[in-house]
Ligand binder design. Sequence first.
Ligand code: WQD
Length: 472
Amino acid sequence: VMKILVTGGAGFIGSHTCVELLEAGHDVVILDDLSNASGTVIDKIETITGKRPAFYQADAKDRTVLHEIFTAHRIDAVVHFAGFKAVGESCHIPLAYYRNNLDSTLALLEEMAQAGCTRFVFSSSATVYGPDNAIPYVETMPTYVATNPYGWTKVMIEQILRDYCTATPGFTAVLLRYFNPIGGHPSGLLGDDPNGIPNNLMPYIARVAAGQLDKLTIFGDDYPTPDGTCRRDYLHVVDLAKGHLKAIDYAMEHTGAEAFNLGTGHAVSVLELVNTFMEATGVNVPYVIGPRREGDLPQMWADTHKAETILGWKAEKTVADMCRASWNFVCSVKKQLCPVRNRNNKTAVSLRDGCFCCLHLVDPGGAVVRDRLPVHMGEQRDDRADAADDIEQRERHGKPELPVPRQGGHMLPLRQKDIERDDRVPQPALSEAGGPRQQCRADHAEALLCEQPQRNGAQQPGGARLATPLHN
Ligand code: WQD
């Protein structure tokens, strides 16, 4: 049994890796500032594994917190996910990307040196191969050209780790170059849940399927590929998480810096992914063809020989499994959001047009009682809590008008954990095996209206508890 520090452990890949580490019997310490993840993920990791990791909500650059962690825990290895990762955003705020991604890595390495911790697994990316290498990518290829500041931070950090290993006998750095991780945990509790409108393909497809976005735009169908759309090496996030366990085992037995591709070795086009999603879930995904996106390469996929022969790792799940897992996650999140009990137990907050943000109260007959609830982003948390209490008070005393959403204030998803789950809400029936298809579209959100039975005869607690928004 080892104790592993996972920075960014509340994130998409980090949370799935924590689940696999805990289920393999290891102890996990999570450091995450929750700038791009929800604290409810820690609860979900506990729900799935039955174990609650130690959790420090802090910036991975914070030396005081890092020192506290390495003093309080004997850390055997570090898996470093924490970092900014949006390609487009990195072009607009490069200094923030270099500062955050490089400083967090340097701070970690310095604290590890003080604590005598010598095993480091780094979340790198296929983007380090740049635009000029032949495909499929092989680990021995040169990685000296990136096409955006985000990619350059990965190239630079890999170089920092190689130099540090050269200067530090006994230190191990495993550089895991991810291709396109998608999907989610079979439970439906963990998945790719980006703030706002997704940049990446699969979360976008899933939200179109769920009716939260009206259609997918395919960025170009005039590429030199069989169907004209870009091809990528999509891999299931659970397979990717398992790859990290193999990387830690490798680090315990080896020293020096070593890069590994984590992909399936197969390329799938955008159109193939969309069609596979529709076949696997039975849900339509309307799409249009739009212009190319700046910076996209026509195709990339991994040569996986090294990971298979040296790490003993190979991706096992199919593209259909990945699609079902993504759909399952969006369904379960949506269901958690829909049935909010109101004072008279006869209404539920539902979703207008399938958008998480346009919430409204409806009566048992489905007529909209309160439209577009002003779930605002307040300057301070108490503003938002006040707004929620204000709405509840007005509901309780029957005051018809609700505060009109402030100009510039914008609607935000409700915080899942403040919403009571209605156990009677049909669970998404999809499973990896592709069980009966559970439609989960906006129009079904209305169907979530139900007579809320008095629980054990007791009066339900007072009015609708409209949660405060999820993210600042
Ligand atoms: C895949 C394909 C798009 C959205 C990026 C980063 C990479 C890694 C994974 C961090 C492309 C097309 C997309 C849409 C579309 N991230 N697409 N419509 O660009 O391969 O990789 O994410 O490590 O570093 O570069 O992934 O999912 O954004 O795009 O047609 O609405 O889907 O053009 O061909 P990408 P992606």
